[in-house]
Write a protein that binds this ligand. Structure first.
Ligand SMILES: [Zn+2]
Length: 254
């Protein structure tokens, strides 16, 4: 708590006045551009690595950057992730939904272990909210990952905005990442289908008025990857790929 209190004291001196000015600027007309789903990992600071600021985007974070499928929204029992979709895409007019996974994700490392029945049985899920969360909402990612049977040379098929808009993905074709990081990439792509499962978004998705993207942050190098449906893989966002990615985003999603 010391660290946080000291931080607040520094913020009062260094940032408070300029932030209040920015709050005033966006007060009557906040135009956030995206909703950004990412992991709650303490190393993930999305506003920092995207250099975004006051009023730019909504951020929702949880263990494993999961967005529960709409089949789990029953009898008014819900979690904050779909509520975030409604707030951003229905009440506000957000056009871009982004899911950002990352390497060395503790939630994904645990999800990988949960493939063993001893780790994921009902007794385990009853005493561990984290295991229960991952077993419930990460199972489709795990199933998809396990179906590949550790052979990632073959393409995987994912669904995006509509059931017809499927895309092919080669996971880690250069084999740079460990098995849990591969699961993290599969999981990130699986969330696109979960997001699109909400009926409230259907019309906008069919009109190509709402777009879903996947990013992946490599904790070890600081590189951020964009999933290119054209390249069928995650590609590093850098000086050499920026224009290509931007062209893809404009062509497919404008
Ligand atoms: Zn994580």
């Amino acid at each position: 708590m010391d660290r946080i209190l000291r931080g607040i004291m520094r913020y009062r001196v260094l940032d408070r006045a300029s932030m209040v000015k920015q709050f005033e600027q966006v007060k009557d007309n906040p135009v956030p551009k995206a909703i950004f789903y990412t992991c709650m990992d303490s190393r993930m600071i999305p506003t920092r690595f995207t250099e975004t600021s006051v009023g730019d985007m909504f951020v929702v974070r949880n263990a494993g950057n999961l967005v529960p499928h709409s089949e789990h929204f029953v009898d008014e029992m819900t979690s904050c992730e779909p509520a975030g979709l409604e707030l951003s895409c229905i009440i506000n007019d957000i056009k871009h939904v982004i899911v950002c996974g990352h390497s060395d994700c503790k939630a994904m490392n645990l999800l990988y272990k949960l493939k063993s029945p001893e780790e994921s049985n009902i007794e385990q899920r009853r005493i561990s909210p984290l295991k229960s969360w991952l077993c419930t909402h990460g199972q489709t990612s795990l199933d998809k990952f396990l179906a590949a049977n550790q052979d990632f040379s073959k393409p995987m098929l994912f669904t995006a905005e509509t059931p017809q808009r499927k895309f092919v993905a080669y996971i880690d074709p250069e084999n740079k990442f460990c098995i849990e990081d591969k699961l993290s990439q599969v999981n990130t792509l699986q969330q696109l289908q979960n997001i699109a499962s909400y009926g409230m978004l259907k019309k906008r998705l069919e009109r190509h008025d709402l777009h879903i993207h996947a990013l992946w942050f490599d904790i070890y190098t600081g590189d951020i990857y964009y999933f290119s449906r054209r390249a069928k893989q995650f590609i590093i966002i850098d000086e050499s790929s920026y224009d290509i990615i931007l062209a893809e985003v404009r062509r497919y999603y404008s």
